[in-house]
Design a protein around this ligand. Structure first.
Ligand code: ADP
Length: 646
């Protein structure tokens, strides 16, 4: 006699539903030896499927002992059971249980994927089996393109792919016409002849007759067993040799999970796109908003630092009071006094106003600025032609002007010389002694070259008609000491004015204040964007949960064919991660696109890598985190329950 391969002794399976207990199996003892062809026969409700689930390690008995190849199944963990299933059993179900989204070849491969067989060997084996079962030309067909009989043959090929010693067939002919049913039975007999142990579950007498041993079951108990009939043809040793590695390499299952993920996302394309949209919007928002934030920050920074960080500005009017109109508190003598302070390199008394300048019959409105002779060095802005006015011009109230580039071009088109000509300001003739180099537009878009400079003294007397200043620009020698210098400036002015009717700002402090505002702004934008990413993540979780419910049966099939908890966990997690990573990539593109549009519409937008990478990483992490819960839910499903779901 050959060795016992499966041994059940006094196995009970009870289902309790409220007060009633159903004894689906009620003390079953059964030994099946290697190489037997056993039919388990009984009426519907007799407990056949329950027995098959226990035999196939899909379910555990309530009590009693079940040993597979001498190992007590009750002592095995879920993953050990999975590997036992994978290595020992090939399942054939009444309803075929093929994955609708996979081709025949891929369906056949599934158990070998979980067994860790390399891709090439897998497909070789799968197509070899399909060939043998007469489906060589159907490898790339999906189940819905195959007849029932063909689908069942695919299922048999799947059961054989890991070359298991035992084939468990649960009503394999139940859904088939007579001819297809006969084909399947012939096939089972062939497999038996090759040395496999076949357990056939059926309610039909004529089907059971194909087996060499018939075990009749009723109300969860064995009614009759025509005993063990030794078959001579059996070569029981071959089947036990494993064709596959016992563990799945992470790489293989990862790759497989990626393919499966992509497949299942493709099947529900519309839903996938909607889910993606959530992530895309989130990531795009992060990228675009932070680019806008950075742009506006840079713009403010440029504007302020173009003025120079070693500069201080004194303006008339007390702190905190909105001043309208002119305030007559700063005078040129203040500038002269300030210039004598230590660390002050230059003090420029300034006043400006808009005026019409005339040359010949051309009139042009521009900004006229009275300033000191040190202007070019303080503002690092040189003349292009002629010269800037000097201290003598200042003392003598000389009627001279230096033109900004735009004014020079407007009044003297075609490159005609302007230096040495006279222009009229308020009908007073002024000699053009120089033209400034062009500075171009300021960061806020105004034309810095649309200006005329003249000695402040001349301006106050001849043009502005009043003897006070609109500002004093101070340049310090040592920018590091700017705070102390500012204090000295304030003290001196307070002494001179006997009141605090002025404000002093240094550019560094402007810069800092502006940066703080900008950072808050960027943070605000970033937060809004992060919230939308979070909402996207919740969307992903929602869809994944729905997907788990929808695909419970698929999960059951995968588990029956040997998937471990972590294979299922990995698969669903990867699906979520794939959605989020794809959403992340598209989101970056959309974000950059949106930023480009904003830039085109005149906004300063600066892209930088960090937020894009960060958003992508966030999206992928969102996938992993929000995908974990659904994935765990899927992985924890009981294989029997999962298989039973419609
Ligand atoms: P068969 O496969 O022979 O038709 P089953 O093994 O499916 O029979 O069921 C045997 C008995 O156990 C039936 O009375 C059935 O109603 C009951 N049963 C099966 N599964 C469950 C379950 N999950 N919960 C409660 N009762 C069940």
């Amino acid at each position: 006699m050959s060795a016992a391969i499966l041994e059940l002794s006094d196995v009970h399976k009870h289902y309790t539903n409220g007060d009633t207990t159903v004894r689906a199996l009620d003390g079953v003892s059964l030994t099946i030896r290697r190489g037997e062809f056993v039919a388990i026969m009984g009426q519907s409700g007799s407990g056949k499927s329950t027995l098959m689930n226990i035999v196939g390690c899909l379910d555990r008995p309530t009590s009693g002992s079940y040993r597979v190849l001498g190992k007590e199944a009750a002592n095995l963990s879920a993953d050990e059971l999975a590997s036992l299933r994978r290595e020992t059993f090939g399942f054939v179900f009444q309803r075929y249980n093929l994955l609708a989204t996979a081709t025949a070849g891929e369906n056949v491969e599934i158990p070998s994927v979980y067994a860790g067989l390399p891709k090439q060997k897998r497909s070789q084996r799968a197509s070899g089996l399909l060939q043998r079962l007469g489906l060589g030309d159907r490898t790339d067909h999906r189940p819905n393109e195959l007849s029932g009989g063909q689908q069942q043959r695919v299922a048999i090929a799947r059961a054989l792919v890991n070359d298991p010693p035992v084939i468990l067939a649960d009503e394999p002919t139940g859904a088939l016409d007579t001819r297809s049913g006969d084909e399947v039975l012939t096939l089972l007999k062939e497999l038996h002849a090759e040395g496999r142990t076949i357990i056939l579950i059926t309610h039909a007498e004529n089907v059971a007759q194909h087996a060499s041993r018939i075990v009749r079951i009723q109300d969860g108990q064995i009614l009759d067993d025509n005993g063990t009939i030794e078959t001579e043809t059996v070569d029981a040793t071959g089947a036990e040799n494993k064709v596959c590695a016992s563990g799945v390499s992470l790489g293989t299952s990862m790759q497989e999970a990626l393919v499966t993920a992509w497949r299942s996302l493709q099947v529900n394309m519309f839903r996938t796109v909607l889910t993606l949209l959530g992530i895309i919007i989130g990531v795009a928002a992060v990228v675009a908003m932070l680019a806008v934030g950075e742009g506006s920050r840079q713009k403010v920074l440029d504007r302020i630092s173009s003025f120079g960080t070693n500069l201080m500005l004194v303006r008339p009017g007390a702190e905190g009071i909105r001043n309208s109109g002119d305030i007559a508190t700063l005078i040129p003598e203040d500038a002269a006094a300030l210039k004598k302070l230590p660390n002050i390199e230059t003090a420029l008394p300034e006043r400006s106003g808009r005026m019409t300048v005339r040359y010949g019959n051309r009139d042009y409105q521009t900004s006229v600025q009275g300033t000191g002779e040190d202007f070019p060095s303080a503002r690092e802005w040189q003349v292009a032609e002629g010269q800037f006015f000097n201290a003598d011009d200042m003392k003598q109230y000389a009627p001279v002007v230096v033109l900004g580039g735009t004014v020079a071009k407007t009044l003297f088109p075609d490159g005609r010389a302007s230096v040495g000509k006279y222009v009229l300001l308020k009908n007073v003739p002024f000699l053009v002694i120089g033209v400034m180099t062009e500075k171009g537009a300021s960061p806020n878009g105004s034309d810095q070259d649309d200006v005329i400079f003249l000695p402040i003294n001349t301006g106050l007397v001849r043009l502005f008609g009043k003897n006070y200043l609109s500002s004093i620009t101070l340049k310090v020698s040592d920018a590091a000491d700017i705070a102390a210098t500012q204090e000295r400036v304030e003290n001196l002015l307070r002494e001179r004015h006997r009141t605090e009717d002025f404000r002093v700002r240094n550019m560094a402090s402007y810069l800092q204040a502006a940066m703080e505002t900008q950072d808050t702004f960027t943070l605000l934008l970033g937060t809004v964007a992060a919230i939308s990413l979070l909402v996207g993540g919740i969307g992903v979780m929602n869809i994944m949960l729905v997907s788990v419910v929808e695909r419970t049966r698929e999960i059951g099939i995968r588990m029956a064919t040997g998937a471990r908890t972590r294979d299922i966990l990995l698969q669903f997690n990867i699906e979520a991660a794939v959605v989020c990573a794809a959403g992340g990539l598209l989101g970056i593109l959309v974000g950059v696109g949106a930023g480009m549009i904003l830039r085109y519409s005149g906004m300063t937008v600066i892209f930088f890598m960090t937020p894009a990478l960060l958003a992508f990483a966030c999206a992928s992490a969102t996938g992993l985190i929000f995908g974990y819960l659904p994935a765990r839910k899927a992985a924890r499903l009981d294989p029997v329950i999962a298989l039973a779901s419609e």
